[in-house]
Unconditional design. Structure first.
Length: 215
């Protein structure tokens, strides 16, 4: 009988503990939101390239290639496109930075929603077509820069604002999404390795090269 009472006590104790035990929420029940990586719209790039070729032909500029920058894309993915007019395709693509505006310099606060301005001191990038002409020394990156002559009302102050095309040590060769590229004071910046590839192309062109920044 003694053994019977001991077994009964154990069963009652276990049942009591099970009833009083608090349910711990499972980590699996917490939803995990994963940001979907955006992709460049090739059809949109082609439309821009067709217009770019007509523009370059009318101006008697270089018609081997142009540079198209789609600022509507997240800055952590490659949105700087070298368009080959001969093959009618993207030959190279890179990350490119934009202006920080009132945000902190070198951070990525506006990686998916940049603002644009033509105003001096705005620290923002400007949309529109540019003539790349005038290679010079830069204190940044591989020490090469190209003057950007703004051709529209939206970027006419580029030279005054010292908005130039150059490389930056902080820019990555590879996509960094969901993080963004570091933001400067308005210049379209690429990685050092990217500039090492683009610089010879621009020099070899012999004529002004079109850079078109759009949103």
């Amino acid at each position: 009988m003694k053994g019977f009472y001991i077994s009964l006590f154990i069963l009652l104790s276990v049942g009591s503990c099970s009833q009083n035990k608090k349910e711990v929420p499972s980590a699996a029940k917490v939803p995990v939101v994963v940001e979907k990586k955006p992709e460049a719209d090739l059809s949109r790039i082609k439309i821009k390239a067709e217009e770019a070729l007509k523009f370059c032909t009318s101006k008697k500029w270089n018609t081997d290639f142009c540079i198209l920058i789609d600022m509507s894309l997240h800055s952590g993915i490659k949105r700087f496109f070298v368009w080959d007019f001969k093959t009618n395709s993207v030959s190279k693509k890179y990350l490119v930075g934009h202006g920080c505006g009132s945000n902190s310099w070198s951070r990525d606060n506006s990686k998916s929603n940049p603002e644009f301005s033509n105003e001096d001191g705005s620290h923002l990038s400007s949309l529109g077509k540019y003539k790349l002409q005038g290679r010079g020394y830069s204190d940044w990156g591989i020490n090469v820069k190209y003057l950007m002559h703004g051709l529209e009302e939206t970027n006419s102050n580029a030279l005054k604002r010292v908005i130039v095309f150059h490389s930056w040590d902080m820019m990555s060769d590879d996509e960094v999404f969901p993080k963004g590229s570091p933001e400067g004071w308005g210049c379209p910046t690429v990685s050092n390795n990217a500039m090492k590839e683009i610089d010879p192309m621009i020099q070899k062109a012999g004529k002004p090269v079109l850079m078109w920044i759009y949103n």
